[in-house]
Design a protein around this ligand. Structure first.
Ligand code: G4F
Length: 332
């Protein structure tokens, strides 16, 4: 039987790398869209894919260019498309609302429009976000909770979600959205609060840094492991009928608890090192996000079994490995 063909946008990111591994394990032919600069500087841009790079087919294109997406999709003819690419850093979306809205909304629209034209049988996944709930009117949130985004990022994700729903309803595309809560891993970028905290705890422990400036310590998030969340994305595209699903652990923890736990793994008290920097507060904060993934459990058969402590420990251990290795590397 011919291999199923998957196309991933945002393949170089945390979720793209876990999704590539999952699809390769399942026997797919896996294609990814990357920026040209990533191919020119693979050590810097493709590190998350290093274990699987030789098994992937990468295409250079831009989410800002309809023509480049058209060219890639015409040649790949995917059976499944995981649209994970986005400007995904909420803080940055306050600094540049326009490029966040342009990249995230138009990029999603371009992919949907090209699939509709060239590969209407292709199943489509849109990476929605709990940031769409924003100032949520209930805790926990589920698929029926009203959206109230609090950033250009959240607004762009609501638009992508509605575009996805409309391509499903108007044109019959098998298009699904995951409403994913924060998902982390040792592959997380250092700008996000989990990795910022685990890497600083380790650097302080090793004498490479002295303090950790943070913003709002009381914000609460539902933090899960990215490797488990990509399984939910895949399951959505295996359903006979497309749909929208919350993917979350069902627990929330504050930034303060996260800092306390990460520092205690390296034998330190966070309160001796964490400082509060008013400049790191967001103009509009999302105070608490906690998801109810009952629908994903019931319909998709998705399960999440890791604890918050397991996730934080795995990230701290990876940072310990990285910074110890860097410290002992000979100077060049
Ligand atoms: O780690 P964060 O930057 O993630 P955020 O904003 O919740 O968004 C992440 O999860 C979303 C899913 O819900 C994704 F859609 C999105 O793409 C991204 O992956 O911040 C988490 C919380 C916020 O409340 C923030 O105000 O941590 C608080 N925080 C406090 N001090 C900080 C800091 N966040 C960052 N990045 N840096 C700080 O120093």
């Amino acid at each position: 039987m011919a291999k199923r063909v998957a196309l991933i946008t945002g393949i170089t990111g945390q979720d793209g790398s876990y999704m590539s591994e999952l699809l390769l394990e399942k026997g797919y032919s896996v294609h990814g869209i990357v920026r040209r600069v990533a191919l020119e500087d693979p050590d810097h841009h493709l590190w998350r894919l290093r274990n699987v790079l030789k098994d992937l087919v990468l295409h250079s294109a831009s989410l800002e260019s309809f023509a480049s997406l058209h060219r890639v999709i015409r040649s790949v003819k995917p059976d499944e498309c995981y649209h994970l690419a986005a400007q995904s850093f909420v803080s940055y979306s306050f600094e540049d609302e326009f490029s966040t809205l342009n990249a995230n909304i138009n990029g999603t629209h371009y992919v949907l429009a090209v699939l509709h034209d060239l590969a209407p049988q292709c199943r489509f996944y849109f990476a929605g976000s709990s940031e769409m709930f924003g100032r949520a009117e209930e805790v926990p949130q589920n698929e029926k909770t009203r959206f109230h985004p609090r950033s250009a990022y959240g607004i762009s994700k609501v638009a992508g979600f509605e575009l996805t729903r409309n391509y499903r309803e108007a044109y019959g595309l098998h298009a699904s959205s995951g409403i994913l809560y924060n998902h982390e891993s040792p592959r997380r970028g250092y700008e996000f609060v989990t990795r910022k905290i685990t890497s600083h705890a380790v650097r302080i422990k090793l004498g490479l840094a002295r303090e950790l400036p943070l913003g709002n310590l009381e914000a609460k998030r539902d933090w899960g492991h990215a490797r488990e969340y990509v399984k939910a994305m895949w399951l959505m595209l295996q359903q006979p009928v497309p749909g929208d699903y919350v993917v979350a652990t069902g627990e929330n923890h504050s930034v303060r608890e996260l800092a306390e736990m990460a520092f205690s793994y390296v034998g330190l008290d966070y309160s001796d090192y964490v400082t509060v920097d008013a400049g790191l507060f967001r103009p509009a904060e999302v105070d608490v996000l906690q998801g109810d993934a009952s629908l994903a459990r019931r319909v998709l058969g998705w399960k999440y079994e890791l604890s918050f402590a397991d996730l934080v420990r795995e990230m701290v251990e990876e940072d310990l490995r990285i910074y110890r290795e860097r410290r002992s590397a000979p100077a060049t």
